[in-house]
Design a protein around this ligand. Structure first.
Ligand SMILES: O=C(O)CCC(=O)C(=O)O
Ligand SMILES: [Fe+2]
Length: 310
């Protein structure tokens, strides 16, 4: 499977105008299988013993869903520990290419990446329709496409409606039901009207959906006995967009960075803030000191292309 471009102009159009672009088989079985095995080890085996796998019938009666902290259990944040495929997926060149084209910019940064494993019966996963901007910006989603955010969900398991499929409403529909550009639906009648138009992100492992922080969607319960859903959420924004943020990679010093430095290309590292070879940041001093922080990182290109020698 080619690494470079895995999306079509229609995917970009859908993301920009309808808020959701679904790209089946974006990742191949070979790319997904090692990651599935990582999730099984970290989440699957412990949790199959922790729940009886029975759907949560009591809370399924909740008419509109409610956020609760237990929905957000079983998550981890980049950089991960596991297979090279797991460690590198967030920086996959095809995701970077999609984010660039969707935002219409040359340079993008990875600003979010987390795993998520959901299990039947573990909690009530029903959520109301919402947009995700609330914890990605202190303002609201921009009117300018380039200043929006590309939030991609990758699935490592097949997802039917009974596996807690993401439910979503296209922008055409939410604009009509609410008003153009609306980002909140706090009334029950609005929630019900959105539900009347909702679609379910049912998919196969390897499929992805790209949306943004301005799209209406909601999480739903897993209702199949012993069901589970493994996904990863990966967020990109235009480089220099300080209005949108989520994780701070630089603060995660104790995490598993060494394999990232060993495997990533300069273009991938640039997506987490590392200047490219030839950038004036790289001087004799910064090159040598950075190399001593990450002795396994092959910085040859960075040394060779340094334009400032002092
Ligand atoms: O997991 C899902 O399908 C959706 C969850 C969601 O939208 C959220 O937690 O913001
Ligand atoms: Fe959400």
């Amino acid at each position: 499977m080619s690494n470079a471009i895995r999306h079509s102009p229609e995917d970009i159009r859908l993301w920009q105008h309808e808020g959701f672009a679904i790209m089946p088989a974006f990742f191949s079985r070979e790319e997904i299988e090692p990651i599935f095995a990582d999730y099984e080890q970290v989440y699957g085996e412990p949790h199959r013993n922790a729940t009886d796998g029975e759907p949560n019938r009591k809370t399924l009666k909740t008419p509109l869903g409610k956020f609760n902290n237990d929905q957000f259990r079983n998550m981890d944040t980049f950089p991960y520990e596991g297979s090279p495929e797991l460690m590198m997926l967030s920086l996959h060149p095809a995701l970077i290419a999609f984010a660039r084209d969707a935002l219409g910019v040359q340079k993008v940064q990875l600003y979010q990446s987390h795993t998520w494993a959901k299990f039947t019966g573990l909690t009530d996963y029903e959520q109301p329709f919402h947009c995700d901007f609330g914890n990605h910006t202190l303002t609201v989603p921009s009117d300018n496409i380039a200043e929006r955010a590309v939030d991609i969900v990758v699935y490592f398991t097949d997802v039917t409606k009974e596996h807690g499929a993401l439910h979503y409403v296209t922008k055409s529909d939410s604009n009509q039901i609410l008003r153009p550009g609306a980002i909140a639906a706090s009334e029950e009648n609005q929630q019900l009207a959105l539900r009347a138009k909702e679609k379910a992100m049912t998919c196969k492992a390897g499929d992805i959906v790209a949306h943004g922080i301005d799209t209406f969607h909601r999480g739903t319960n897993l209702t199949i006995k012993n069901g589970y859903r493994y996904s990863m959420t990966i967020g990109y924004k235009a480089t220099g967009n300080h209005n949108v943020s989520y994780h701070v990679w630089q603060a995660a010093t104790g995490r598993n960075w060494t394999p990232i430095f060993e495997m990533a290309t300069p273009e991938q590292l640039e997506c987490i803030g590392i200047p490219l070879p030839g950038d004036p940041y790289w001087t004799n001093r910064t090159l040598k000191l950075t190399q001593s922080r990450w002795p396994n990182w092959n910085m040859k290109q960075y040394f060779e292309q340094a334009i400032v020698n002092q």
